[in-house]
Design a protein. Structure first.
Length: 146
């Protein structure tokens, strides 16, 4: 954007945003009950183009929990010295450095994807019969010095 934003434009934009945020209590006026809105269990936009994402069941389970479903607590089967939530670059780094410090320690890494790497994983996809590779979030990571 080349021009400056005037105070008036800023305030008008802010008013629109505030007004839109206040619409939710009035959705019944428009005939929509968004509190009970549920997409079909087969709705997963990345699958339409062959992309992978959250592992089957993780999306549905969390949304059931948000909707109020509860499950009985099971007895723990095992104890871990470290539990990492997220198999992305930070979670894998945490597990790596823990392993260096405590070689005999047990580690559990939890992730909602069927592959590790999080946002930084290698992405492979087909375009006109050729395999293309994208490097996700790692394309602009600098090599640490020293």
């Amino acid at each position: 954007m080349k021009g400056k934003i005037t105070r008036r434009d800023f305030l008008n934009g802010t008013q629109v945003a505030i007004g839109a945020s206040l619409l939710n209590p009035w959705t019944d006026v428009f005939g929509a009950d968004v509190s009970n809105f549920q997409l079909g269990t087969d709705y997963y936009p990345p699958a339409k183009t062959g992309l992978r994402g959250s592992h089957d069941g993780s999306w549905e389970t969390m949304h059931a929990r948000v909707s109020g479903k509860t499950w009985p607590r099971g007895a723990p089967e095992r104890e871990y010295d470290l539990v990492v939530v997220g198999g992305g670059i930070s979670g894998l780094s945490a597990a790596h450095f823990f392993r260096k410090e405590y070689p005999r320690g047990s580690i559990l890494i939890l992730d909602n994807h069927d592959d590790f790497g999080g946002h930084a994983k290698r992405n492979e996809f087909q375009v006109s019969g050729e395999t293309r590779i994208g490097y996700g979030g790692t394309e602009s990571i600098d090599t640490p010095s020293g």
